[in-house]
Design a protein around this ligand. Structure first.
Ligand code: FEO
Ligand code: CA
Ligand code: CA
Ligand code: CA
Length: 632
C-alpha cells in the first residue's frame, strides 16, 4: 500500500486493496472454468436465439436494424478523450450546480479553491461527488434530491498531508459534504440555477438524525450505547444510486458503508473480523478510508461494534418536508445497495428491485404485503413484506427465492441485517457486480447493469460462494460488463419466475474476435465498458451511463472517456449521446418536470473540469435541446 496514492483510488479499488478475499487456485476449479468457457460460446448463441424467442431479436436484428429508421432523436457522437463534456449537434449543456456551491446565502464565503474553506458553512453547500438523483415537483416548484457518494479528501483537506483528517473538525467537514442534498432549481434566461435559500433546500449528512423502521428495528444488533432503542441512527453514507416512490419520496441507497469504520485498538488486541458478525462478509476492517475512527468514536468499532449494522440500508427522504426525519427501511435488506427501482405489481403490491454492488454478490427483490393506492397510506410498504434473491438458470429461466426463517435457518431480523448470508444460504446466483436496476415503463421487464468482475470464475465471493462462468455472467475475469434483462412470467413483477437474456454484452470488436468483442449490438462506433447508471425515459429508451476504464488503450482502445448512451430495448440498438471529461464517471440522471431538461451527474472529473482551473469539481449539468423540445 505504501507506494499507492490511496486518496486517488476509487471506492472500489480502495475496498479491494483493504479487504482482499482469499485467493483460490484449486485445480478442479480451473478445469470447471475451462468447461464453462466452452459452454459459453454456445451460451451466447442460446442467448441470441432466446432473445429472438422473447421477440427482441437481438442477434437477428443487427443487420436489419441498420436499414431501419432509428428511434433516437439525435445523431450519435464519437468518443472523446478531452476534459470537456460533449453532446450531439442540436443539444447544449451547462453546469447547474457543483461541489461547494452555496445553497444558502450565509455560506457565500465557501471557496472551493481552498478545499471549501472552514468547517463552518460546509453543511450549507452542495456536497461532493454527485451520484443518483431524482426530480420532484412540489407546489409547482422543481426540486432535485441528489446523492453525494463520497469525498476526495485531498480536495477537501488541502492543508493536511495527503488529505488525511488530522482533527475532529476535519472529520466533521468530510461528513458534511457527503450524504444527500435536496435543492430547489428554477430556469431563467441564463438557464437552470439553484434557488438559494429555498425553504426546500436541505443538506443531509453523516450525522443527520434518522429513524430505523421495519422488522430489524430495535434488534439487539442495531443497539448502541448512544441508542439503546436500536431505532434511531445518525447519518446516511456512501449514498450511491437512488429511487423514487409513487408517493413522491426519495430513496437513497447506502453502498460502501464498510469503508467508514475502523478501530483504534492495538493490532494485537483486535478481534479477528471473522469472529464479529458480518464483518468479514461486509468488508469491515481495521482502518477506515477517512480515519473517522480516530476522531469520532462512533466509527471506532472497538467501542461501537454495532454501529456498522446501522448502515447499508435504503433510506427514504420526503423532499417536500425539510423538517421530516429520513427513514431507514430494514425490510429492504442490508448490503452494498446500488439503487432501488420501485414498481407496482398487478395486484398493487409494491415491488422493489435492488442490486448489491460487489463482486459475486446478488440481485434482490422486495414484495410488500400491503398494496399501494394513490393518495392512500404508505406505512409499511417498504418494510412489511418478503425479501427475495435472484437465481438465474443457464436455460434462461430464473426464480426469486424467498429469504425466510424456513429457507435460511436465520431469524427474521438477521435475514435482513445479514441479507448476504441469507442469500448464500438459499443458493442465489453470484453476479458480476450488480449496479443500477431499471424497469421498462412500456413492458414488464427489469434491467440490471452488471458492471464488471475481475474475479468471475477465479475466486469466490466474500461468503465463499463459487462464481462459476455461466448464465448471465458468461465471461471469466469480466472486464467489460453486461446488462441482464428479465421478463417476469404472467407479466407481473410479483411473479416468482422469469425468463432472462442479456440486453448487451459490452466488449471491444476492434481488439477481440471472441466473446470479448461483445454482443452484436456493440460496434466500433458505440463501444463502451462498465455500464453502471441506467434509467428509462418516458418514450421507452433506456439510458446507460458508464463508470469504466477511460485509458483508451489496450482492451479499452477506442472507447474514450466515460459516457452516456441511449438504448432501444426493442431493437437492441445503442447510440452514444454524451461523453464526460477525462477521469470522470457519468452517473445520476433525472428529467425536469416538463421533460425539456436532462440533469446528468459528472462524478470525480479530472483535468480541472469544468473551467480548466483547479481543483476539479464534480457537478450536475443540465442538458437541453437547442429548440427546447422535450428529450425523453
Ligand atoms: Fe456507487 Fe456501485 O456504484
Ligand atoms: Ca454506480
Ligand atoms: Ca461503478
Ligand atoms: Ca462510482
Amino acid at each position: 500500500m505504501t507506494d499507492i496514492d490511496k486518496s486517488s483510488l476509487s471506492w472500489d479499488e480502495w475496498d479491494e486493496l483493504h479487504f482482499p478475499r482469499p485467493a483460490e487456485n484449486d485445480f478442479d476449479q480451473v478445469v470447471e472454468n475451462a468447461i464453462s468457457r466452452r459452454g459459453f460460446i454456445s451460451g451466447v448463441l442460446a442467448f441470441g436465439s432466446g432473445a429472438a424467442v422473447m421477440g427482441t431479436g437481438l442477434l437477428s436484428s443487427t443487420s436489419a436494424r441498420a436499414q431501419e429508421a432509428s428511434r433516437f432523436p439525435f445523431t450519435p457522437i464519437d468518443i472523446q478523450t478531452d476534459g470537456a463534456v460533449h453532446v450531439p449537434e442540436g443539444y447544449n449543456w451547462k453546469v447547474l450546480v457543483g461541489w461547494g456551491d452555496p445553497l444558502f446565502s450565509d455560506a457565500d464565503g465557501y471557496d472551493v479553491t481552498q478545499g471549501g474553506g472552514a468547517v463552518e458553512g460546509s453543511d450549507r453547500v452542495f456536497g461532493e461527488n454527485t451520484d443518483g438523483m431524482e426530480t420532484f415537483t412540489v407546489d409547482g416548484r422543481q426540486l432535485i434530491a441528489i446523492n453525494h457518494e463520497y469525498v476526495n479528501p485531498k480536495l477537501n483537506l488541502p492543508a493536511e498531508q495527503e488529505g488525511v483528517a488530522q482533527s475532529a473538525g476535519d472529520v466533521t467537514k468530510l461528513q458534511n459534504l457527503q450524504g444527500v442534498s435536496v435543492i430547489e432549481v428554477a430556469e431563467g434566461p441564463d438557464g437552470w440555477a439553484v434557488v438559494k435559500n429555498s425553504p426546500y433546500n436541505r443538506v443531509i449528512h453523516h450525522r443527520t438524525e434518522m429513524q430505523i423502521a421495519g422488522p430489524a428495528a430495535g434488534h439487539d444488533l442495531l443497539k448502541t450505547d448512544a441508542d439503546p432503542t436500536g431505532a434511531l441512527a445518525l447519518g446516511t453514507m456512501n449514498n450511491c444510486g437512488s429511487g423514487k416512490t409513487p408517493w413522491g419520496t426519495y430513496l437513497t441507497c447506502e453502498e460502501n458503508f464498510n469503508g467508514y469504520f475502523g478501530t483504534t485498538e492495538a493490532e494485537e488486541d483486535q478481534k479477528p473480523v471473522q469472529l464479529v458478525d458480518g464483518y468479514a462478509r461486509y468488508g469491515i476492517g481495521a482502518e477506515g478510508r477517512y480515519q473517522y475512527e480516530k476522531f469520532d468514536p462512533r466509527f471506532d468499532t472497538s467501542l461501537n461494534p454495532n454501529e456498522p449494522h446501522r448502515f447499508g440500508w435504503v433510506v427514504e427522504i420526503d423532499p417536500s418536508d425539510p423538517e421530516s426525519t429520513p427513514v431507514k427501511h430494514t425490510g429492504l435488506g442490508r448490503f452494498k445497495h446500488e439503487n432501488a427501482e420501485v414498481v407496482i405489481a398487478n395486484d398493487d403490491r409494491v415491488v422493489v428491485y435492488l442490486g448489491d454492488d460487489e463482486r459475486g454478490e446478488f440481485i434482490y427483490r422486495f414484495v410488500s404485503n400491503g398494496t399501494y393506492t394513490p393518495g392512500g397510506p404508505t406505512e409499511g410498504l417498504l418494510d412489511d413484506g418478503t425479501l427475495y434473491v435472484a437465481k438465474f438458470n443457464d436455460d434462461m429461466t430464473g426464480e426469486w427465492l424467498p429469504l425466510t426463517p424456513e429457507t435460511t435457518g436465520m431469524d427474521a431480523a438477521e435475514i435482513l441485517i445479514f441479507a448476504r448470508t441469507a442469500g448464500s444460504a438459499v443458493g442465489a446466483t453470484t453476479m458480476d457486480r450488480p449496479e443500477w436496476i431499471s424497469a421498462n415503463p412500456n413492458a414488464v421487464e427489469g434491467y440490471c447493469c452488471l458492471t464488471n468482475n475481475s474475479r468471475r470464475g477465479l475466486r469466490p465471493n466474500a461468503g465463499g460462494d463459487e462464481t462459476p462462468v455461466g448464465g448471465p455472467n458468461p465471461r471469466e475475469a469480466n472486464k467489460y460488463g453486461q446488462i441482464v434483462r428479465w421478463r417476469p412470467h404472467d407479466s407481473d413483477h410479483a411473479s416468482d419466475t422469469f425468463d432472462w437474456d442479456l440486453y448487451v454484452m459490452a466488449g471491444n470488436p476492434n481488439v477481440h474476435s471472441d466473446a470479448y468483442a461483445g454482443s452484436p449490438n456493440v460496434t466500433p462506433g458505440n463501444m463502451f465498458n462498465s455500464p453502471d447508471g441506467m434509467a428509462f425515459d418516458n418514450t421507452g429508451l433506456v439510458w446507460i451511463q458508464t463508470d469504466g476504464d477511460d485509458s483508451n488503450e489496450g482492451d479499452f482502445a477506442g472507447m474514450g472517456n466515460n459516457q452516456m448512451l441511449a438504448g432501444d430495448p426493442e431493437t437492441g440498438e445503442i447510440a452514444r449521446f454524451l461523453t464526460g471529461p477525462t477521469g470522470c464517471e457519468v452517473t445520476g440522471l433525472a428529467w425536469s418536470d416538463d421533460r425539456s431538461t436532462m440533469f446528468v451527474g459528472i462524478q470525480h472529473p479530472g483535468s480541472g473540469w469544468p473551467d480548466g482551473g483547479s481543483p476539479e469539481r464534480s457537478a450536475v449539468i443540465a442538458v437541453k435541446r437547442d429548440d427546447g423540445a422535450p428529450l425523453g
